[in-house]
Design a protein around this ligand. Structure first.
Ligand code: IGP
Length: 276
């Protein structure tokens, strides 16, 4: 399959590499069969506990990050859970994100929260490379194969997060029967982030769908902005990976509790200019 020219060169190369690995996975054998940890229940537990539901992402590097983080991913994952993360996301793409299926396996063994496998799954065989509680399918990259891949993932027991970037992709995800949808604020054609993306797509997502705001959330203010726009949960990588992961995660999971506790309005003009 040829990928559209409008995709960033890094993204095209990621997709070709994913297809090559799919062939190897197919030859390796067993079909995955998972007993997943319930993602929606993990979000509800966080809410009940006054935490913003955050999926914290173990992402050693990326095409848009300088350098790479060499710490033990299991220690990072444990720090994220200690900071209140409702779930984790682990990159398994090796060439551009420094991930591996072995890292995911180790992280999932070490924690008890649901773990999302973050990779570029474009063929069914890739689903068998490693077990996780949730797998990601990116609407833009799987095209017409979305319904079949969704079914193949569910047959194996996975919960599925379908990632979209605009309303067309959202419609395709809903038609395919997605019940958990992520809106990626990062445009995969140009790798530019705009939090307005989530705000423009979110109003069209039915209430019963679990809705996740992905990418570009840099701190508590962005977290509150995405929640105000309807996010049930937030997927955050870079802002957590940069520095003390436990403290960074805690700051995000407490974004609403801290705001409630703060008697001074952040910005007085916010309230005076709100039309009644
Ligand atoms: O580091 P950020 O901006 O917080 O983004 C996290 C996550 O949303 C991002 O890594 C991501 C979203 N969709 C993806 C698909 C593949 C690889 C990575 C991603």
């Amino acid at each position: 399959m040829d990928y559209p020219d409008e995709l960033a060169p890094a993204v095209r190369s990621i997709l070709s590499a994913a297809r090559e690995r799919a062939g190897a996975a197919a030859r390796a054998g067993d079909t995955a069969s998972v007993s997943p940890r319930d993602l929606a229940a993990a979000f509800e537990r966080a809410e009940a506990d006054g935490r913003v539901p955050v999926i914290a992402e173990v992402k050693p590097t990326s095409p848009t990050t300088e350098g790479s983080r060499e710490d033990d991913p299991v220690a990072l994952a444990e720090g994220m859970v200690a900071g209140g993360a409702a779930a984790l996301s682990v990159l398994t793409e090796p060439e551009h994100f420094g991930g591996s299926v072995d890292t995911l396996r180790r992280v999932r063994e070490a924690v008890d929260v649901p773990v999302l496998r973050k990779d570029f799954v474009v063929e069914e065989a890739q689903l068998d490379a490693v077990e996780s509680d949730v797998v990601l399918l990116i609407a833009r990259f799987v095209g017409d194969d979305l319904p079949d891949l969704l079914a193949a993932a569910r047959d194996r027991g996975f919960q599925v997060l379908v990632e979209v970037h605009d309303r067309d992709e959202l419609e395709r995800a809903l038609d395919a029967g997605a019940t958990t949808v992520g809106v990626n604020n990062r445009d995969l054609a140009e790798l530019v982030v705009d939090l307005g993306t989530f705000e423009s797509v979110a109003p069209h997502v039915p209430d019963e769908v679990t809705l996740i705001a992905e990418s570009g959330i840099e701190g508590p203010t962005d977290a509150r902005r995405m929640r105000a726009a309807g996010a049930d949960a937030l997927l955050v990588g870079s802002a957590i990976m940069d520095g003390d992961v436990e403290a960074n995660t805690r700051e995000l999971t407490r974004a609403e509790a801290d705001e409630d506790a703060d008697p001074t309005p952040r910005d007085a003009t916010d309230t005076t200019e709100t039309p009644t």
